[in-house]
Design a binder for this molecule. Structure first.
Ligand code: C5P
Length: 246
């Protein structure tokens, strides 16, 4: 018997318990088909494509755990990857927390990935995992420079002109994608200590005062939110099929 520490394990949590998140008419967003395969399945595949990821935890609507389990069983992940389905909570944060609660003790690195970013390339997933494991920072986000100039405004929300308050220097701005990668203990602490609305998990870690770093993201890791994004996603899949020689 060796008393060496168990190998570092990386797990990915995919919060997909949102209700009524729809992208135009049709199925809930995570179940929309892309290239004949549900978006959620693409997201699970994107995580399990990384040899570093040995477990994927899908957080499902509490009343549809069996349905999501059945769907994922139809599209099995590679044999080296376990896929768990657990019930989510009332908010995204609560759902991620439930995903974290389901992780075995052996997991030391956690990725949190949007189901709505089905096409993130494996190289981006690997780069995030490596950056966390290298120990440079306990939280790592993939990020891309912005093409648009960004203005801060006083939101009106009703279509009336909005006063512009300022223009942050574009070269210093990044659009942040997922998977975001974390030292497990740091992310668990953030979820225990930080309350209030945050739009990403790294934001919670920032509020702890813990360093977060950005690594290069990828244009194919875009979030599918508008109907036009579905067209783009189909085009990316078609290009991959051509490049893969199918
Ligand atoms: O609703 P929103 O766009 O903020 O949801 C972001 C992600 O969080 C979606 O993948 C959604 O399924 C997930 N979510 C969740 N549990 C909730 C609410 C949202 O897992 N209670």
């Amino acid at each position: 018997m060796s008393d060496a520490a168990p190998p570092a394990r990386t797990a990915a949590v995919i919060p997909a318990a949102g209700r009524g998140v729809r992208l135009g008419p049709g199925a809930p967003k995570a179940l929309r088909m892309l290239g004949g395969t549900p978006m959620l399945v693409h997201a699970v595949r994107a995580m399990s494509a990384s040899r570093a990821v040995s477990l994927v935890v899908v957080v499902a609507p509490p009343d549809d755990v069996a349905g999501v389990r059945a769907l994922l069983d139809e599209y099995p992940a590679p044999e080296r990857t376990d896929v768990l389905v657990v019930p989510g909570g009332a908010t995204r944060q609560e759902s991620v927390r439930r995903g974290l609660d389901a992780l075995p003790d052996s997991v030391t690195t956690v990725l949190v990935h949007d189901a709505a970013r089905p096409l993130v390339p494996v190289d981006t997933v690997d780069a995030v995992v490596e950056a966390v494991r290298d120990g440079g920072a306990p939280a790592v986000v993939p990020a891309v420079p912005l093409a648009d100039t960004v203005k801060e405004v006083e939101p009106a929300g009703d279509g009336t002109p909005e006063p512009v308050l300022g223009t942050p220097e574009r070269a210093r701005l990044r659009a942040v994608q997922t998977p975001q990668g974390f030292d497990r203990a740091t992310l668990v602490r953030a979820h225990r200590e930080i309350t209030g609305e945050v739009t990403d998990d790294a934001g919670m870690v920032e509020r702890l005062g813990v360093p977060v770093v950005a690594v290069p993201g990828h244009e194919e890791a875009f979030k599918v939110t508008r109907p036009l994004d579905l067209v783009l996603a189909e085009a990316v899949l078609a290009r991959r099929r051509v490049n893969d020689g199918f």
